[in-house]
Write a protein that binds this ligand. Structure first.
Ligand code: OGA
Ligand code: ZN
Ligand code: ZN
Length: 450
């Protein structure tokens, strides 16, 4: 059995052939969709398994255009189409009508739907379907006529592979790591001047959540300038960058010489900063000031495996985080009073971990819990913290180093240091939406969507 047939049987089953109506076939022209800027990159799926699709995507640079839609059958409120390369897809009528690509329904300039849901008949049916080497033409029960190009359709054909490919475009798969992890090095000037290296950093950050930038210029805005080279700084009430020094009248425990346990920065923000840039301008020469870093995703998954009840408590109980104070510097907000509320382990609709929020300094003393549940909560939280610590690595940043961390996944901390030390760290933030956006743009530019 060929791979394509095997996939077809696995995902579509034998019922595929039953009750199908063959529609008329009219092959006109062979070629790739001219509208799509992703033309060369689309159509990667060839009936692959989920994992194979992802690795195939990794290797994909340019792909031959798909040669038309060769047949279609009506099947359970769906159009079952077969493409020229042998792959198939099932396209629900309502989805096809909603996504009509004509200029009346879709803005080519704005790349957005003009067709209103008010005008969508969920029970819409095709009255005539024509296949061609260009794609599909469908006449609808509401009187409208739609045309779809082959590549456009194949990329959205609801197959496991097309769905996996788009999932990767949305966000790369994260690779978990433990204490033995070696953080990948990048050179600051190369990152600023070489877009392929910048893409490598973006991919590394998305997959591993951690990287180290070396040879960073000795100025407090070096992190900010790198962020501005990528997109723009995620501001917070501490401004575009924060001197992490032992400040007099410090407005945050981080800006003292105290030890900081493993934490994520700024969980008092409902939308926590995505990537933190921690630049070392001066390190404490003696013992003290060492960094500690751990992969919160690794720890959360270990907790889920070994202590499912703890995972449930931490992922379903909202905690308050707060940050209140006044400016130490002119660029900070004169007064701030933030409160956010979410679980320490945030999961999405697929129960995947999407955010870790741990901060001993800003975890609020207010708890929105009945008192009898508090001790159980602490026990779960403490066991999670023990896993985080057990898989952490310790090292010392030197002058010119800048650690970059996925702030909603990896946790960092630092050892205490002498109160009169000249140690100087600077922090700045970049949001994940901007980082992923730059990654997609570079992948398009280099023709290597992953
Ligand atoms: C911080 C922080 C790290 C350090 O400011 O939030 O974690 O090494 N600083 O001082
Ligand atoms: Zn239309
Ligand atoms: Zn921090």
């Amino acid at each position: 059995m060929s791979a394509i047939r095997l996939i077809r049987v696995l995902f579509y089953g034998a019922a595929t052939q039953r009750g199908a109506t063959k529609t008329q076939v009219r092959r006109v022209w062979s070629g790739c969709s001219s509208r799509s800027s992703l033309c060369g990159q689309e159509g990667a799926q060839r009936g692959l398994s989920l994992t194979a699709a992802a690795s195939q995507f990794e290797l994909s640079l340019t792909k031959p255009p798909v040669s038309g839609v060769v047949s279609s059958k009506l099947w359970n409120d769906m159009l079952e189409v077969k493409f020229g390369d042998g792959t198939e897809g099932r396209l629900p009528f309502v989805w096809l009508r909603d996504n009509c690509q004509c200029s009346q329904c879709f803005s080519v300039e704005g790349l957005g739907r003009k067709f209103l849901i008010d005008d969508l008949d969920v029970e819409v049916q095709p009255t005539k379907v024509e296949e061609s080497m260009q794609g599909l033409t469908v006449k609808w029960s509401d009187g409208h006529q739609s045309e779809y190009s082959t590549n456009w359709l194949q990329n959205r054909a609801f197959t496991p592979s097309s769905r996996a490919l788009h999932r990767e475009k949305y966000a790369l798969r994260k690779e978990q790591w433990g204490a033995e992890h070696r953080i990948k090095d990048f050179d600051y000037n190369t990152l600023m001047s070489n877009e392929r290296v910048l893409l490598d950093w973006l991919l590394t950050m998305e997959r591993k959540g951690s990287a180290m930038v070396r040879n960073v210029p000795q100025k407090d805005v070096a992190g900010q300038e790198l962020i501005e080279h990528i997109a723009f700084v995620k501001q917070c009430h501490y401004g575009p960058h924060s001197p992490v020094i032992n400040r007099p009248n410090s407005n945050n425990v981080a800006f003292t010489n105290a030890k900081l346990g493993l934490h994520n920065d700024l969980p008092a923000y409902e939308h926590m900063p995505g990537i933190i840039f921690i630049q070392c301008l001066a390190q404490h020469p003696g013992a003290g000031g060492e960094s500690i870093v751990t992969d919160g995703l690794f720890a959360a998954e270990e907790l889920r495996r070994k202590r499912p009840e703890d995972f449930k408590i931490l992922s379903s109980t909202d905690m308050y985080f707060w940050d209140k104070g006044h400016a130490n510097y002119s660029w900070e907000m004169p007064e701030f009073y933030k409160i956010a509320k979410f679980p320490v382990i945030k999961v999405n609709g697929n129960n995947e971990v999407v955010q870790i929020a741990v901060s001993n300094t800003t975890r609020d003393s207010h708890m929105d819990l009945p008192p009898q549940e508090v001790k159980k909560y602490y026990a779960a939280y403490k066991r999670f913290y023990i896993i985080l610590s057990a898989n952490a690595m310790t090292f010392k940043m030197e002058q010119g180093d800048m650690m970059t961390l996925d702030n909603v996944r990896c946790l960092h901390g630092r050892e205490s240091y002498d109160a009169d030390s000249q140690r100087h760290i600077e922090t700045s933030y970049l949001d994940w939406d901007e980082a992923r956006c730059r990654r997609r743009r570079l992948q398009e530019k280099f023709g290597c969507f992953i």
